[in-house]
Design a protein around this ligand. Sequence first.
Ligand code: KG4
Ligand code: ZN
Length: 373
Amino acid sequence: MGIESSCDETAAAVVEDGRKILSSVVASQIDVHRKYGGVVPELASREHLRQIVPVVREAMSQAGLQFEQLDAISVTQGPGLVGSLLVGITYGKTLAAAMGKPLVAVNHLEGHVHAVFLEAFQKGQNPKLPAICLIVSGGHTVLYEVKAAGENVSGPFSYRKLGGTRDDAAGEAYDKVAKLLGLGYPGGPILDRLASAAGNAPAPVKFGPTKTRGNPLDFSFSGLKTAVLYHLREHPEYTKGIQQREEALRQGHRTFAELMPLCNSATLGLVREFQRAVLRDLVDRSMAAVEQCGVETILVSGGVSANSELRAWFERNARARGIQVFFPDRSLSTDNAAMIAAAAFAGFQQKHLAGVNLNARASMPLEGKREGS
Ligand code: KG4
Ligand code: ZN
């Protein structure tokens, strides 16, 4: 069993042999955080407390199993919001102790890596290692070199961090720009659809590539968000549309079909240009990492990897270079517990178990030692 509660999704899943998903249940808290335009940590922990028991029960019921039939319990240790992580950890520890099952601690980022493998195995594919992995979500934008640490294709893996964001994560930039444009929270899915709908709308502004001094594989998205903010301030013609959309959101009209008619051509063009700037950065730096490490595989995971144009761009670039790119299914791109159970499998086999003193870690490098190892 995998349990995930690092941010604003309470999730539980049952996975067999680290490869086959028997159940995966995700309770999203979007409705709770929406009116604040982002995740409120205190509310998140309270919501996890409310959800954890029914979510775990639902995962067991969908898998058609009793607790006694589980081989191990795994839980996200970090990185994430400490109060949120503690709910999953405390529940996982208690369940493991009560049932006499081994407990495995998982790094959330390693979960995102395994989401790609879960999907690939399901399709009968075997991503070749070493690989570059881009994890791109609301909390993270980071590039790793992933290597097999043993014989087994499903792990354990070893990781080397090649670059990360200096400021905002890419998903955070999506969320902030959507907020500026009166498009609600979370911003990624709606901006994704509006960018596709923009077609050849004229570009009201062009955003150049972001520059990061020092490590060329680092990212920076806060300048892009500020550029959007300044553009909106300097062009009052956007104001009416923003006010109309904010009013629509207040009345609960937040779907693409409801918001699209309130977006003029300049707004659509702006969204498309913003998305292009983000994707160009993600693709260019990932391809530079591929070149630097001489690998033939790229793995892309995390909430933003659900983006349709991102997938098309990566596929096009990978094809042109003769390398392979793998993504998780969209349901496995955003936070879920199946990826946590899958990531735990190697640790379970190698008896890297966590004890009753397992604690949450707000930041937790992927290169570090495993709990219990
Ligand atoms: O992985 P995730 O569920 O949670 C974190 O670990 O952060 O990612 C959520 C993030 C949000 O910022 C959301 O706006 C973004 O992923 N996102 C997208 C799309 N779907 C979700 N960004 C761009 N395009 C999408 N289709
Ligand atoms: Zn995540």
